[in-house]
Design a protein around this ligand. Structure first.
Ligand code: ADP
Length: 408
């Protein structure tokens, strides 16, 4: 079977890489047919014990427990796993390696062929995304060392939001300080917001430059965007992915003064506050749990901390929906995506409850249906279509990477 997969890999396929600080996700996909040949996840890279790679080809998953001292070792092991399946990545006529890159700052508004100058720019932008850009860079270097002849393309999480209107992108702080330190709203999850909004337009059978949408990407990380005629006019994440909605472990919006209070009264350092906000906040901070399924189970069992966490989550989500309804004026579609958005019917129902007066009505039976395809969950007479659209960042990255190679 492995042989047949190896033989069937279409020339022009793309290897998608998403390198985090201690993990590396990958997928081998044909951007034209959308066929996924393989995907996997290397975990606990750089940890002394417990590292592994979960590798799936042709529906067959295997887990390799192996020391992964760094990303380069992880990539070498992934290449080897492919080789064992009869797939020589270097000879597979890949059109590109598509790298998910988190922070493109003011410089990058579109996917780009990665060369030394681009690498240097990503490094320069690292202070804006210290948790993300450095491992992204290591991923690019590690893959390029093993597949030097395949063009590397960078797809930035911030790119879709590059041209936000000034009023949305500007924080009301001292302009000189903002300029000196690059402080503005950049936005993240852009690849998903772009992909999902285009899929939604396609689902509705309307050109995306004619419709206004609110996209709610609710995963472990969560963000909202207001999109007018295909272009975002606001988004909930800001200088960093910390701002906005309540997330799995991140606080989202918070009074900036809390940081001063924690420092002055609690003696906390900047790094302490960073951890409190980014790792110990959000749903986890409120009820000790960031897996949404587990939270729903606990609510069912009468757990009050889980119920409060859920209520805070929904309260914030509704605030953003309300703000974006006003920002957009007319909203043709509200679109739910990512793990929670695609699966948690109760979140969708609660987020939009009582908005019939605004022309938004969720149909309970449609909302309760489970499916892995785009679908409409609003009533037939709801003026605004409420949709569930599965996100697919890997496919979006692969398609953008292939296009960059084709056009450059
Ligand atoms: P990320 O890519 O940001 O890590 P995902 O988009 O995979 O996150 O979303 C993960 C979240 O989705 C988790 O909180 C998980 O519990 C939640 N989730 C997945 N399936 C369901 C489900 N059936 N019901 C409720 N929540 C779910």
């Amino acid at each position: 079977m492995a042989e047949s997969i190896a033989d069937s890999i279409a020339p022009g396929s793309v290897l998608v890489i998403n390198a985090g600080s201690s993990s590396l996700k990958y997928q081998l996909v044909d951007p034209a047919t959308e066929r996924v040949y393989a995907d996997g996840l290397a975990e606990r890279i750089g940890e002394p014990t417990g590292s592994s790679i979960t590798h799936e080809v042709g529906g067959r998953e295997r887990i390799r427990r192996v020391a992964l001292p760094d990303h380069r070792a992880a990539i070498a092991e992934v290449v080897e796993l492919f080789r064992e399946d009869g797939i020589d990545l270097a000879a597979a006529q890949l059109s590109a390696v598509g790298h998910r890159l988190v922070h493109g700052g003011r410089e990058f508004h579109a996917p780009i062929l990665i060369d030394d100058a681009v690498l240097a720019a990503i490094e320069r932008l690292s202070p804006l995304a210290p948790l993300h850009n450095p491992p992204n860079l290591v991923g690019v270097e590690a893959v390029t060392a093993l597949l030097p002849d395949v063009p590397a393309v960078g797809i930035f999480d911030t790119a879709f939001f590059h041209d936000l209107p000034d009023a949305a992108a500007t924080y009301a702080i001292d302009t000189e300080v903002a300029q000196e330190f690059g402080i503005r709203r950049y936005g993240f999850h852009g690849t998903s917001h772009q992909y999902v909004s285009r899929q939604a337009a396609r689902f509705l059978g309307r050109p995306d430059d004619e419709i206004n949408q609110i996209v709610l990407h609710l995963g472990n990380g969560a963000s909202a965007s207001a999109i007018r005629g295909g272009r975002p006019i606001d988004t909930s994440m800001g200088l960093t992915p910390l701002e906005g909605l309540v997330m799995g472990t991140r606080t989202g919006d918070i009074d900036p003064g809390i940081a001063f209070h924690l420092a002055r009264v609690g003696g906390k350092s900047v790094d302490d506050v960073d951890r409190i906000y980014n790792l110990r906040g959000g749903l986890k901070g409120l009820c000790g749990e960031n897996d949404f399924r587990a939270i729903l189970d606990r609510i069912e069992a009468g757990d009050s901390a889980a119920a409060l966490a859920y209520d805070v989550y929904i309260h914030r989500l509704r605030h953003y929906i309300g703000a974006y309804l006003v920002d957009l004026g007319r909203v043709d579609a509200i679109v739910f995506t990512a793990g929670v958005g695609e699966n948690a019917a109760t979140v969708r129902a609660d987020a939009l409850a009582g908005l019939e007066g605004y022309g938004i009505a969720v149909d309970p039976a449609r909302n309760a249906e489970r499916a892995r395809v785009s679908r409409r969950i609003s009533t037939d007479d709801s003026r605004t279509a409420v949709l569930v659209v599965p996100t697919n960042e890997e496919l979006a990255i692969a398609q953008q990477a292939a296009e960059v190679v084709l056009t450059s």
